[in-house]
Design a protein around this ligand. Structure first.
Ligand SMILES: N[C@@H](CCC(=O)N[C@@H](CS)C(=O)NCC(=O)O)C(=O)O
Length: 250
């Protein structure tokens, strides 16, 4: 049976799994996920009726693997290309993956807030199946989606400043780690060679300044909402690093 990746096209979490699949040169079909409407079907396929469930999810030869880190680990066992989690640095890679998750959780709060204030971004966030002619009329659906995400992932608007701080602290740690690399590889990598640590942190930067459209396509208003101007000003060097990692390894 063909391997399927259930994914949200614009989501950094989904892109982590997609990148790992491509790195291992595995053949798969991407199944677009529609939040809210797609959840019941995903639960049935994953045989998980309770608790939180999200994408990416990988349907692979009878196995259902939910979560970007879990998918990357699953692919290590069946992948053909060079490992993304080298034995010698497995704990370090996991730490970077966890940091990426914390930064993306903070980023989700900031991006959702910006979308909630931007009528055009709300229109862009409607499922692609919604015809353009109805998009204006159905924009309230976007507000329902925003309320759903806030409830599901437990965030509001009170902690916006704290979320920027979480991102800034994490990015300072990334900058320090890259600067401390002894080898002069270009671009620098977090371990002695390219690994999932680089993918995870490259994607954490998606909520500071999104990567080029050829990698993750975003409408102009959504792109605006995924950008955090203050952080971008402070961490432009890391965006350059991320772009170089993409250009070299994606
Ligand atoms: N820890 C999970 C987080 C995944 C996640 O947050 N997914 C979100 C963004 S793509 C999602 O599924 N949103 C739609 C929904 O929850 O319905 C992972 O790494 O895969």
């Amino acid at each position: 049976m063909t391997t399927q990746l259930v994914a949200l096209s614009y989501s950094p979490w989904s892109e982590k799994a997609r990148w790992a699949l491509d790195h291992h040169q595995l053949t798969y079909v991407e199944q677009p996920y529609v939040p809210i409407f797609g959840e019941l079907g995903l639960r049935v396929r994953a045989r998980q009726l309770g608790g939180q469930i999200s994408v990416p999810a990988l349907l692979d030869n009878g196995a259902v693997v939910v979560g970007s880190w879990e998918i990357v680990r699953h692919l290590e066992e069946r992948g053909g290309a060079r490992s993304l989690i080298p034995d010698s640095g497995a704990q370090e890679v996991e730490r970077w993956s966890e940091l990426s998750e914390r930064l993306l959780a903070a980023g989700r709060t900031l991006v959702t807030h910006r979308v909630s204030l931007d009528a055009e971004a709300k229109r862009e966030s409607l499922p692609s199946q919604v015809p353009q002619s109805l998009a204006g009329m159905l924009r309230p659906l976007a507000d329902i989606g925003i309320a759903f995400l806030r409830r599901k992932y437990g965030f509001g608007t009170a902690e916006l400043g704290a979320c920027e701080d979480v991102l800034a602290q994490g990015l300072l740690a990334l900058r320090a780690a890259l600067a401390a690399r002894p080898e002069a590889t270009s671009p620098a990598t977090l371990l002695s060679r390219f690994s999932y640590a680089d993918i995870a942190m490259a994607l954490a930067l998606q909520c500071v300044s999104p990567v080029d459209d050829r990698y993750i396509t975003l409408g102009p208003a959504s792109r605006r909402c995924w950008s955090q101007p203050r952080l971008l000003e402070q961490f432009g060097d890391l965006i350059e690093w991320r772009d170089a990692i993409y250009a070299t390894y994606r």
